[in-house]
Design a protein. Structure first.
Length: 178
């Protein structure tokens, strides 16, 4: 009789451990899906950054050669943001775009060909800087980083998070350059 009681207790412990592990995994998987859903908002903001860079490059193409270093830098940033790069790489390109676009705008603003073209001068002096600044602000303030940071902190700070990490649920990658 003791053997049957011991076996039943062992089976009960195994079932409890399995149910706790399964519950932790499912719960944290759902939490991770919620973080991933906020990534769509970040992607929309990055697409706005890509479009801003494209507009800047369109104006630049009328006044500077493609071989110009400032044009090449903005093109590289735009292509990285539009591509399938890692999130950290995109974050670095996003930061670079701000500096590189400012340099290109400054260079364009000083050109007499831009000053003589009222449409391009309007773009260079007001529209493009405003569009780039707004898209930068919205990208930095995107909900994705907040959701990823909160998920990562919760995952680290709980027993169920520890169990979920053992079962393969990793932290969410944040949109930060390193």
């Amino acid at each position: 009789m003791k053997l049957k009681t011991g076996t039943a207790a062992l089976i009960m412990v195994i079932l409890m451990v399995f149910s706790i592990g399964f519950g932790a995994y499912r719960g944290w998987s759902r939490e991770r899906e919620l973080v991933n859903e906020t990534y769509a908002g970040l992607e929309n903001m990055l697409q706005t950054r890509v479009e801003s860079a494209y507009n800047l490059l369109t104006v630049a193409s009328r006044h500077l050669p493609e071989s110009d270093e400032a044009v090449r830098n903005v093109t590289k940033d735009r292509d990285t943001l539009a591509g399938k790069a890692a999130l950290k790489t995109k974050a670095a390109a996003n930061e670079s775009l701000s500096a590189d676009a400012a340099l290109l705008l400054q260079k364009l603003s000083a050109l007499s060909s831009v000053q003589q073209d009222s449409r391009d001068q309007m773009y260079v002096d007001s529209y493009l800087p405003q569009m780039l600044a707004q898209s930068e602000f919205l990208t930095v303030k995107a909900n994705y980083n907040t959701a990823a940071r909160e998920f990562n902190e919760s995952l680290k700070g709980s027993l169920s998070g520890w169990i979920a990490r053992l079962m393969g649920i990793g932290p969410a990658e944040e949109f930060v350059a390193q």
